[in-house]
Design a protein around this ligand. Structure first.
Ligand code: A3P
Length: 325
């Protein structure tokens, strides 16, 4: 309801008037390049696309909302910070700040209200050897327009659609400070199935990155939340290798992989003071980032009919893609 739209340019308003539109309880959405955006986020996406100046070493962390974005951000920050904080773990940025303020979203933070954000402070470390880390919920084709051919590395975190849906339901209720009711679940479910939800359709989002990772595996890494939970050690090593900062044998022997997994675990991150109290000057409430992080939590909430319906949609949409979840 309170989405500020006063930064939307005349040009974007004209564009919106030519796009399919839709409304939900939080505002008006339009479908741009196959994905639904609230108007203000569309302006952010367009500002990013037109004005972002990529550096070849930039790393983009991408996801559909509620797929494990916070975790992916934390792990990536920790990978690049590890040499620096080896001897001084207390100074680690993840202990004093939330992963979302260390790694900002292009369209909903940096470019939301300006086409010229100050990007200088957003590298994972102040040392110049560290790449800049950014995040996005936009689909791959739109991100690529902003990257303008620059060979940046992109990591996508994918999560089972039913768990995403349940996570979104809880998040939405907490965010809007409303009761967690079945009727909110049902309306979220309907809009999800219809594909008209924020950043939806979910399947098209996932497929854009899945296909991108098959076409160009050295620049697009496709990760799954469930695999991260199942075999975190293997997956973190995979991430580190992809990002060009693999663990050395010595690091592994000293428990370096497990140290990062522990630092970035849901329990450790949500226990931090910053997660509990938020950031005084920003009003950000980081408690909303963390809940259960369980695989298969949807089983406790979705009716049999709901499961069947979403399974059928997913099966049809992913048919022939080689992707399943
Ligand atoms: P649940 O609501 O199922 O618990 P995002 O970060 O993309 O907003 O996703 C939020 C989901 O990731 C939530 O799932 C949240 O609990 C989970 N999550 C947050 N931090 C995590 C972490 N460090 N490890 C594992 N899961 C995490």
């Amino acid at each position: 309801a309170n989405l500020r739209e006063d930064y939307i340019t005349e040009e974007t308003r004209k564009l919106i008037s030519s796009l399919p539109t839709n409304k939900d309880s939080q505002g008006s959405l339009c479908k741009y390049q196959g994905s639904w955006y609230y108007y203000n986020t569309l302006q952010g996406a367009i500002n990013f696309k037109n004005h972002f100046q990529p550096q070849e070493t930039d790393i983009i962390l991408a996801s559909f909302p509620k797929s494990g974005t916070t975790w992916l951000k934390a792990l990536t920050v920790a990978l690049f910070e590890r040499s620096k904080h080896h001897n001084d773990p207390l100074n680690h940025p993840l202990l004093s700040d939330n992963p979302h303020s260390i790694v900002p979203f292009f369209e909903s933070n940096l470019y939301l209200r300006t086409s010229t954000p100050d990007l200088t402070k957003y590298s994972s470390s102040s040392s110049s050897s560290s790449p800049r880390l950014f995040a996005t919920h936009m689909p791959l084709h739109t991100v690529k327009e902003g990257l303008k051919g620059s060979p940046c590395k992109i990591v996508y975190m994918c999560r089972n659609v039913k768990d995403v849906l349940i996570s979104l339901w809880y998040f939405k209720c907490k965010y809007l400070k409303i009761e967690v009711t079945r009727s909110v679940l049902e309306s979220t479910f309907e809009s999800f199935c219809g594909g008209g939800n924020f950043y939806g359709p979910f399947w098209d989002h996932v497929l854009s990155y899945w296909r991108g990772s098959l076409e160009d595996p050295s620049h697009v890494l496709f990760m799954k939340y469930e695999e991260m939970r199942e075999e975190p050690y293997v997956q973190l090593k995979r991430l580190a290798e992809f990002l060009g900062c693999p663990f050395t044998e010595e690091e592994e022997e000293e428990g370096g992989v497990n140290k990062i997994l522990e630092l970035c675990s849901l329990r450790s991150l949500s226990d931090l003071k910053i997660s509990k109290s938020g950031k005084p000057d920003s009003g950000a409430d980081y408690k909303l980032c963390f809940r259960k992080g369980e695989v298969g939590d949807s089983k406790n909430h979705l009716s049999h009919e709901m499961e069947m319906r979403i399974d059928m949609i997913v099966e049809e949409k992913l048919k022939g893609s080689g992707l399943s979840f």
